[in-house]
Design a protein around this ligand. Structure first.
Ligand code: ZN
Length: 457
């Protein structure tokens, strides 16, 4: 039987005599861990053992790989180019639209391959791509109506990352405002036309890609981008078995416009139409009322926090602790990709909590790691790394415990010291895909990115 031998690994152990654990299991770092694998999944675990002949050796401390629950791959174009001067989210959005206008299926496949490769070498084994650049500029469909979507799926397969392709409904430029010319390529005629296109995309993806690697989900751009009539249609007709994402209350202006038009907050509007549920991933959820927090928590919705993006865009600090206490599951995303690093995202979440509350330890390192991994389960249409346990997909990231950043750290506290630069090996579906910052098939993401970005102004 083939397998991986890990110098050390975070495995699920019995709770034993841990007070209040109720016998629940909790992760522990164990030495000499052998993972037996079968068809991409972990089929056996032994600790305190030596490697067997033929085992692949993973040095350092091995963790489940991370899940990136919110991505717009093309926003990577803007890294290091939009951070000077003043302005706010809305000014940044104009710059982002100029990049969107330059995308073609060919250029996007090359760029997304590079971005997904950066994610893989950084420790992510899955991504939820919130995709809305569907058509040609002006809104004319491509001859192959799913050209952009299939380009993203091929990019994911090339990089080895598991992709949840979130096909996004985007009908309005704001509440009561039609799409602007630069938004026209994001749109569909109406919610029914989008549902038809989504159904056709699901069938096409299922025919061409393995379901363990590429799955289709749905997204509503926001209550700014989807009018109430369309929300009703989606609530009535969207198949129940796929994840649904939405940007929610990222900006105070969105809340204000929603209250003026509908008399309720964005979360209240979703609740009105039965769209708050366990299958919903609310992205950002930065500016919420106590009632919004209760609604999301009672529904058991996932909330995807994107802390480095929210900081960069001056969005604000979302009430992650309150949402978690109310019953929501917290997941993490790198969103605009000014940073692609699961470890930095984990600690920025907690740092925001500390800055806003004046208290340390708002989220434990274990809770932060949960947000970066299992927290994204409901957000994804593919299986994701849950824990190093029998039956789980074998998606791993090994972290160096002796780098300039991590030396002396307790591995369970790496969320406060490690970065993506400390990720030495990444395994997806029991295949080694990256080592020491390079992809085993595609080379270094820096070279791929430099080459892909040459094609954009
Ligand atoms: Zn977003």
């Amino acid at each position: 039987m083939s397998g991986f031998w890990c110098e050390a690994a975070l495995i699920e152990a019995d709770g034993g005599d841990v007070a209040g654990s109720g016998g629940a299991r909790r992760p522990e770092i164990a030495a000499g861990v052998r993972l037996e694998v079968h068809e991409g999944r972990i089929s056996g675990i032994a600790t305190g053992v030596r490697p067997e002949a033929g085992d692949q050796i993973l040095n350092g401390v091995v963790f489940p790989a991370a899940a990136n629950a919110h991505s717009h791959a093309f926003h990577r174009i803007l890294r290091g180019r939009t951070h000077d001067g003043r302005g706010d989210f809305w000014v940044w959005r104009e710059q982002m639209y100029r990049s969107a206008a330059e995308l073609t299926p060919e250029k996007y496949e090359k760029l997304a391959t590079a971005v997904f490769t950066e994610m893989v070498v950084s420790g992510f084994s899955s991504v939820a791509e919130f995709h809305y650049v569907h058509h040609q500029p002006g809104g004319i469909p491509y001859a192959e109506p799913h050209a952009m979507e299939l380009a993203l799926a091929r990019a994911a397969v090339a990089s080895g990352i598991r992709l949840t392709l979130l096909d996004t409904l985007y009908l309005a430029g704001g509440i009561g405002t039609p799409l602007s010319p630069e938004q026209a390529r994001f749109g569909d005629a109406d919610a029914d036309a989008w549902l038809d296109r989504l159904g056709s995309l699901r069938a096409g993806v299922a025919r061409s890609f393995p379901p363990e690697l590429v799955g289709v989900g749905a997204a509503l751009h926001s209550v700014r981008g989807v009018p109430e009539e369309a929300l009703k249609t989606v609530a009535a007709k969207l198949p129940a078995d796929i994840p649904l994402h939405i940007h929610l209350s990222e900006q105070p202006a969105e809340n204000q416009a929603c209250i003026e038009a509908y008399g309720v907050t964005p979360a209240g509007l979703l609740a009105r139409h039965g769209l708050l549920s366990r299958r919903l991933s609310a992205v950002h959820a930065t500016h919420l009322t106590p009632e919004d927090i209760r609604l999301l928590g009672d529904a058991g919705a996932t909330v995807v926090m994107c802390p480095t993006t929210e900081a960069d865009l001056a969005d604000g600090i979302g009430p992650a602790r309150a949402l978690s206490d109310a019953g929501s599951t917290i997941a993490l995303g790198t969103d605009q990709h000014a940073v692609i690093d699961p470890w930095v995202e984990m600690r920025t979440l907690e740092h925001g909590e500390r800055l806003a509350s004046g208290q340390r330890g708002r989220f434990s390192p274990q809770e932060l790691f949960h947000a970066a991994t299992i927290g994204a389960t409901a957000s994804m249409a593919t299986p994701i790394a849950s824990a190093l346990e029998v039956g789980a997909v074998c998606d791993l990231m090994a972290v160096a415990p002796d780098s300039v950043r991590t030396a002396g750290s307790i591995p369970r506290q790496f969320a406060f010291s490690a970065t993506a630069s400390d990720v030495t090996d990444v395994v997806i579906a029991a295949e080694l895909v990256a080592s020491n910052g390079a992809h085993v098939r595609l080379g270094t993401p820096g070279s791929l990115l430099a080459e892909a970005l040459k094609e954009f102004s």
